[in-house]
Structure formats: structure tokens, C-alpha cells
Design a protein around this ligand. Structure first.
Ligand SMILES: [Zn+2]
Length: 189
């Protein structure tokens, strides 16, 4: 994730930056949930404090989704700017890291695709998500490769926009789910 973002900036590749930020969406989500679990466990036996565990998790999910949505908006603006005023892309460096990202993605998919996959819904959902991520990684790699051979800089910018839209879809569904949990939404009729 860090390598994709750093090399994305260095090589002027929006496709790679979008990949990196997408990965950070998973790191944010998992990291904040992890912190929430630690906090929940630490104070669960306290006689002085009481709170709802689910709400703490929802709050962390909501926060990470808002942060990522802001990043996605900045990326779309930056990608559109590059469409209008293209910057020279260091294709070789960007392609090497895009391949590395695809390898990491494939390893994640293989790790999630074990026997429990058929019984555990969370693992199955994660597996399907990683598969979908693999397709966007392939698209980014394609955009960079075609861009290098045919000197088409706009493919990278379009790939950056698509990557930002994928983050937006993810962020929206998380804002909706965690928001419903935060306000205790119930249908009365
Ligand atoms: Zn993903």
C-alpha cells in the first residue's frame, strides 16, 4: 500500500495512487476495527464505564469511510486535471509496482480461499472483494502498459477515476451501514 502510493506520486501515475489508496481503505477499516476491539475489551469489565460495543465499531467504520471519501474526491479532481494537462509518467517504475500489487492481491485471495470459505460469510465476502480488487489491479496494469506502448497518458488518468469511484462505492455503503447503527434506525411501520 505504502509503496503504491509513494511510487504513484513519484511516477505521476494516478492508476497506481488509486490502487494504493484503495488498499489503505482496507488498512483503515481493519486497523480502526482492531483499535475498537482493544478499547472495547479494555473497558468491558469496568465498573465506572458502560458503552455499546457495536456503536464503537460503527463509529470507527463511519470515520474511516469519511476520510476515504475525501481522498477519493481529491483523486478524481487530480485525475481530471491530468486528463486536461497530462504529466509525463514513469511507466517502467509504475508497471513494476502494479505487478507487485497484483501479486500481493493474488496471495490474499489464495489465503482467503480455503475450506472455511464456504461456511463463513465474512471470509467469503472478503474473498469475493479481493477477487474484484484483482480485476481493478489488472485494469490499472493494462492502462499503464497500453499507455507506455502507445503513449496514451489519458488511460492512466481514467484508471485513476475508476479507482476513485470504486473507493466511493465502498465508502458509501460503509457510511450507510455504520450510520444506521449509530442512530439506531428502526422502521416503525
Ligand atoms: Zn478492495
Amino acid at each position: 500500500m505504502v509503496i503504491e502510493i509513494v511510487v504513484g506520486f513519484y511516477s505521476n501515475s494516478m492508476a497506481l495512487q488509486a490502487e494504493g489508496w484503495h488498499m489503505s481503505s482496507h488498512v483503515f477499516a481493519i486497523g480502526l476495527s482492531w483499535i475498537a476491539y482493544i478499547v472495547a475489551r479494555k473497558y468491558s469489565d469496568s465498573e465506572y464505564l458502560s458503552f455499546h460495543r457495536e456503536k464503537l465499531l460503527a463509529l470507527t467504520g463511519f470515520t474511516s469511510a469519511i476520510v476515504l471519501q475525501i481522498i477519493a474526491v481529491i483523486m478524481v479532481i487530480e485525475s481530471i486535471t491530468r486528463l486536461i494537462n497530462p504529466l509525463p509518467i514513469k511507466f517502467n517504475e509504475a508497471i513494476v509496482i502494479a505487478i507487485l500489487g497484483l501479486v500481493v492481491n493474488s496471495i490474499s485471495a489464495m489465503l482467503l480461499h480455503h475450506d472455511h470459505e464456504h461456511t463463513d460469510h465474512n471470509i467469503r465476502a472478503a474473498y469475493l472483494h479481493v477477487l474484484a480488487d484483482g480485476i481493478t489491479s489488472l485494469a490499472a496494469l493494462f492502462a499503464l502498459t497500453a499507455g507506455m506502448y502507445f503513449n496514451l497518458y489519458f488511460l492512466d488518468a481514467i484508471s485513476g477515476i475508476i479507482g476513485s469511484l470504486v473507493i466511493t462505492i465502498w465508502a458509501f455503503s460503509l457510511i450507510k451501514r455504520s450510520g444506521i447503527a449509530l442512530i439506531d434506525l428502526k422502521r416503525m411501520k
